[in-house]
Design a protein around this ligand. Structure first.
Ligand code: GLY
Length: 415
């Protein structure tokens, strides 16, 4: 089959590589893709949805896989489906689960899915009227999409009020921050849970641990993710709680509300003393979670995505394998990534147990340069977690550019 991947980051390179290794795939195309995936996919810089559809017709595309939330939330999957293509991504209506934190909070309440108490707030006065109902730290979440930057964790009243002014007065996220949730903070450890679903049945993928803070020791600002490990082993008791209290009521409510879902639901949760508490729903694969999920399947990912797009949920088998992803980030990431520096490394280096995935690189005048915040993913595979960590770091340490940032403790936080 011929498959089109929409997106340009590390997640999409992981998808492209997985499709490249799928026996059922003839050709892979990416819109827009990135320079690092050009050996595996034909990349086309097409912007208009109508041109994308013409391109798909011309290239006899059998399946469209959409990576980023912005494209899903904009309704691109519906446009492709209306044009007759099979698409791995949910409808715009279902994408409100990620597009609106207020919608998803109401959804969780209706489905009796465990989540933090929260109030909808629209201005500083409403924040001041409500914040004493919780204790510090306070969580303020912009309602709409904010490229992973819309959650403020505020230790002091001053920080909370400043964050409120940024959202409501300075409108740093525009419409996306017109309304927000003021939410109770949950202490615990985070777990990334992905389920493939057709909107009524589901298949749970291996659990992943992301490392969101920039610096070692879980310190520094929040980022999109500085590294991941999978599979994350949890006790049978906790796994049952995750299934019974979180996944099943969520899927049942998607079905009851008749939300058209043909894709992956990524549930970010905090494991607290009271059990799992849902922090957010995402209507796409996580980045850098995808990078460690793709190598674990014992099978053909293209077949899996194709079946989901048709409304079938396949049985899945997993390799006896661990994967680690170490993110190499630009100087100044996450606030102001510095672009343009030359990357010194052999980025074509592939071993049986390690390889690079490109996220924010560009190939200019015969050199690889930094072209984004999260630049490269060093992937390590192994028959134990330790081996996969070792392999990922061996590869990561072969890379250099001025001010490159990477955490040294990915995979050291297993509970
Ligand atoms: N790694 C977190 C996310 O993709 O949202």
């Amino acid at each position: 089959m011929n498959v089109l991947v929409i997106g340009k980051g590390g997640r999409e390179h992981a998808l492209v590589r997985a499709l490249y290794q799928s026996p059922s795939v003839d050709q892979i195309m990416a819109i827009p893709g990135n320079d690092g995936m050009k050996k595996e996919a034909l990349c086309a810089g097409i912007k208009e949805p109508s041109d994308m559809i013409s391109f798909c017709k011309k290239m006899s595309v059998d399946l469209v896989v959409i990576g980023p939330e912005a494209e899903i939330v904009s309704g691109l999957p519906d446009l492709f489906r209306d044009a007759g293509f099979l698409v791995f991504a949910p409808s715009k209506e279902a994408a409100a689960l990620e597009a609106s934190k207020i919608f998803s909070k109401q959804f969780m309440k209706e489905g009796e899915v465990p989540t933090s108490r929260a109030f909808v707030v629209e201005n500083l006065e409403e924040v001041k009227a409500r914040y004493k109902e919780f204790s510090s730290p306070w969580v303020l979440k912009a309602d709409g999409l904010a490229a992973g930057k819309g959650v403020f964790i505020c230790q002091t009243e001053e920080e909370l009020f400043t964050a409120s002014e940024k959202l409501f007065k300075e409108q740093i996220f525009g419409e996306a921050g017109k309304r927000a949730l003021l939410e109770e903070y949950q202490a615990g450890w985070e777990l990334s849970c992905h389920v493939l679903t057709n909107g009524s049945e589901y298949q749970l993928l291996p659990l992943v641990q992301d490392h969101k803070r920039l610096l070692d020791g879980q310190k520094g600002p929040n980022t999109g993710g500085m590294g991941t490990v999978a599979p994350y082993q949890i006790s049978e008791d906790l796994l049952q709680q995750v299934k019974k209290r979180v996944i099943e009521p969520s899927i049942q409510l998607i079905e009851r509300k008749k939300l058209f879902y043909r894709g992956v639901l990524f549930i970010g949760m905090m494991i607290t003393e009271k059990g799992p508490i849902v922090l957010e729903y995402n209507v796409r694969f996580g980045d850098p979670e995808t990078q460690v999920l793709m190598p674990l399947l014992d099978g053909d990912w293209a077949e899996v995505f194709y079946k989901i797009a048709r409304g079938e949920v396949p049985d899945l088998r997993w390799k006896d394998l661990y994967a680690t992803c170490v993110v190499l980030a630009a100087k100044g990431y996450p606030q102001n990534p510095v672009k343009g520096d030359q990357i010194f490394a052999d980025l074509d280096k592939i071993t049986m147990s390690s390889y690079f995935l490109h996220a924010g690189t560009a190939f200019k005048e015969g050199r690889w340069v930094v072209n984004g915040g999260r630049v490269l993913n060093a992937i390590g595979l192994g028959s134990s977690l330790e081996e996969s960590i070792r392999e990922a770091y061996k590869l990561a340490e072969s890379v250099q550019w001025p001010g490159m940032q990477m955490r040294k403790d990915i995979g050291k936080w297993m509970k």
